[in-house]
Design a protein around this ligand. Structure first.
Ligand code: A3P
Length: 308
């Protein structure tokens, strides 16, 4: 099978998966679209208790890459960057899991265990819920942060555009769930606080969405250093061109488009379009309580990106 046929087949498989889950979801109420596992809500048509339980059978490797993100912090962007680095430049075909580690059926890990290196995984799971194997094997973990206000706005639009997620009648209703941690995947503040305790454990590179937008080459260099890859200026330019918001949006697969507004605006500061002053202050207070004085809090550069 040729390269393009192989890719087409993967895309077709992904499209089928998206269509199947959307059809399933259309028969469920907003409440039924959520499932609870150990106190956190997840999308019920994508996640199951059985899959969470079998996740421990995944045999992690030291050359695995795990992209860790809270929803809407730049997962697809980072996947594309890794794809360009590993495949586009170094001509290694990475085993890219199009879906999240936690999505799909429990048997999938048997297949994943057979897949060749280099493998790239992504997950929205909190630190505590990521399979321990990744840490024991010292797999490389790339944690991407985004300021909590833009994350909320992006999450709101995504929830209302993705058929498998519970939609919200208004921004205010979404905000209420976001600030109290009742959205899928729970509180972003808890998520960050948990990672904060472990970012010095080794093999974890933390980058911020806003800084990646501001100075892409510098951040790409950090990723390359982390993975021990060496790129020429020309190659950096090429990766940059293929991972801009516009390029990715224009080349998005039908499946990604069907999965909702994955490529919506890709901007910093869009929170001002929806936040009331009171909501803004609520997030400020949460940030102060959870993240003031922490390393991750500093990396988010809250004063710069979250104030009027
Ligand atoms: P917006 O909704 O604010 O536009 P994820 O991939 O984790 O679901 O994150 C989606 C967010 O990342 C969306 O934010 C999307 O537009 C933005 N995004 C995706 N690709 C991007 C890129 N190449 N550059 C900048 N932002 C990007």
């Amino acid at each position: 099978m040729s390269d393009s046929e192989e890719k087409k087949t993967k895309q077709e498989q992904f499209l089928e998966f998206i269509q199947k889950t959307a059809e399933q979801a259309s028969k469920l109420t907003p409440e039924e679209l959520k499932c609870n596992y150990k106190g956190t809500l997840y999308p019920s048509v994508l996640c199951s208790e059985a899959t969470f339980q079998s996740m421990g059978t995944l045999e992690a490797r030291d050359d695995d890459v795990l992209i860790a993100t809270y929803p809407k912090c730049g997962t697809n962007w980072t996947i594309q960057i890794l794809h360009e680095l590993l495949f586009g430049i170094h001509n290694k075909e990475p085993t890219l899991s199009q879906a999240m580690l936690e999505f799909g059926n429990p048997e999938k890990f048997q297949h994943v265990n057979q897949q060749p290196s280099p493998r790239v995984f992504c997950s929205h799971l909190s630190y505590e819920n990521i399979p321990r194997n990744f840490f024991e094997k010292k797999s490389k973990i790339l944690l991407i942060l985004r300021n909590p206000k833009d994350t909320a706005v992006s999450y709101f639009h995504f929830s209302n555009n993705n058929p498998v997620l519970p939609s919200y009648a208004s921004w205010d209703l979404f905000f209420e769930d976001y600030i109290t941690g009742k959205v899928l995947y729970g509180s972003y503040f808890d998520y960050l606080l948990e990672w904060e305790k472990h970012i010095d454990d080794g093999n974890i590179l933390v980058l911020a969405f806003e800084e990646m937008k501001k100075d892409f080459p510098a951040n790409l260099k950090k990723i390359c250093d982390f993975y021990g890859l060496s790129l020429t200026d020309e190659q950096i330019k090429m990766v940059h061109e293929k991972t801009t918001f516009t390029f990715m949006k224009d080349n998005a697969t039908i499946a990604k488009e069907k999965a909702g507004s994955v490529f919506r605006k890709g901007e910093v500061g869009d929170w001002k379009s929806l936040f009331t002053e009171e909501q803004s202050k609520e997030v400020d207070a949460k940030f102060e309580e959870y993240l003031a004085g922490t390393k991750l809090g500093e990396m988010i550069n809250y004063a710069k990106y979250c104030t009027y």
